[in-house]
Design a protein around this ligand. Sequence first.
Ligand SMILES: [Zn+2]
Ligand SMILES: [Zn+2]
Length: 115
Amino acid sequence: MNTDELVKWIEELIRDDMLWKFYKGIEFRHLKEEVLREQHYECQECKKLGKITRADTVHHVQFVRKHPSLALSKYYTYKGKQYRNLIAVCKSCHNKLHPEKIKSKVKKLLNEEKW
Ligand SMILES: [Zn+2]
Ligand SMILES: [Zn+2]
């Protein structure tokens, strides 16, 4: 799959609210295993705080929704410098990196409670 096809696919998934299909796809699952292995299954966020925690997921520094072309890239370039786009993280750090997920959950709960 080239970048154009990737972007087209992801944009369609976002439109249909099916982005989970990307995460379950063979391309991303392979990449995720590779990144976890390369980063020794250690949560990179916990590591910054001097803690060693087992990572079980991979986070996109450049969010897939905003940067679909980087969805399968390990690195991205910003102002001529290369940075990691995929980082191994634990569940709790991953939730912190996605405040929007918690917000939508709270919103859902509040809406449900109204009824
Ligand atoms: Zn962590
Ligand atoms: Zn993430």
